[in-house]
Ligand binder design. Sequence first.
Ligand SMILES: NC(=O)c1ccc[n+]([C@@H]2O[C@H](COP(=O)([O-])OP(=O)(O)OC[C@H]3O[C@@H](n4cnc5c(N)ncnc54)[C@H](OP(=O)(O)O)[C@@H]3O)[C@@H](O)[C@H]2O)c1
Length: 282
Amino acid sequence: MSDHYAVVGYPIAHSKSPLIHRLFAEQTGQDITYEAILIDSDEEPFAAAIHQLRQMGYKGLNVTLPYKLDAFELAQTHTERAQIAQAVNTLIFHDDGTIEGDNTDGAGLVMDIRDLAGFPIAGQRILIIGAGGAVQGVLKSLLDEQPASIRIANRTAARAVALAKRFQQEAIPISGGDFSALSELPAFDLIINGTSASLQGKVPPIPPSVLHPHSLVYDMMYAPTPTPFMQWAQQHQPDCTVRDGLGMLVGQAAESFWRWRHIRPNVADVLHQVRRYITSSG
Ligand SMILES: NC(=O)c1ccc[n+]([C@@H]2O[C@H](COP(=O)([O-])OP(=O)(O)OC[C@H]3O[C@@H](n4cnc5c(N)ncnc54)[C@H](OP(=O)(O)O)[C@@H]3O)[C@@H](O)[C@H]2O)c1
C-alpha cells in the first residue's frame, strides 16, 4: 500500500510540490501519494487539521505559508536547523507517535547555488535582501558554507540588525542595515533577494553598485520568465549571472523527501522537468 504525504497551506492550489514529489517518486521507484491540502484556520485550527491527517495515516507533510510558525509550535521535537530558524516546513510523523519538525529551505538554497549553479559559497561576500521568515530560515545553512561575510539589508532596518545580531558568530562577520547604507559598501559576489517584493512586481530600492560582473544574483521567487529583480540586475550589470528560486524549491523538496524516504532523488533532472512544465504552462 502507498505511503501518503501532502503539502498544507492557505492558499495551496498554486503549489508545485505535488508535481515535484510525483517526479521524485517516479524517478526513485517509491510507492507514495502526495497531494495539496488547503487548511482554512477559520474553519479548523491548524493543529487539529494536522492531527487528523496523522490519524488518517499520513507519514509526513510539507508546510507552507502561512503555517510555518504554527508547525514549529506543533512539532514535539525539532532538528537543529528548524530550532534556529524557529520555523518548520517539513513534519515527520514517527511510528512511535511523535511529530518531528524540520526546515529544509536553507539546504535547498545551498543545494541550488552550490551544486546546481556550481557557484561556491565558501569565501564569498554575500548580500541578502529581506529579513522575514525565508531569510531567517536560510541564514544558518549559508553560514555553514563559510562565506567571507554576510550583509543583511531590509526595508525595516531594525529587523535586519536584529537578525544579524542573532546570527553573529566570531569567524564570519554578519551585519545588518537599510538599503541606502549599501551605496557605501563594495560590490558583492552573491546577492540573494529574500523579500516578497517580486510577488508585488517590485524591486527593492538597492543601489546598482552592489553588482559586479561576476556576481550571482539570486531571487528566491520563481516565475516562467525572469523576475523583476533578475531583470533589474541584468539591466545594470549585463555580465552578472541571474537565477530564480525554482531550484531552491526543488532542493528543499528533495531534502524533505530524503527525511521521509531516506533516498536522495536526482534534483537536476527533476528541476529540468519542472522548469519545462512551468514555462509551457505560463
Ligand atoms: N524558492 C523557495 O523555495 C522559497 C522558499 C521560501 C520563501 N520563498 C520566497 O521568499 C520570499 C519571502 O518570503 P518570507 O516568508 O520571508 O516573507 P515574509 O516573512 O513576509 O517577509 C517579507 C520580507 O520582504 C520584505 N518586503 C516586502 N515587500 C517589500 C517591498 N515592496 N520592498 C522591499 N522589501 C519588501 C519585508 O520587509 P519588511 O521587514 O520591511 O516588511 C520582509 O523582509 C517570498 O517571495 C517567497 O515566495 C521562496
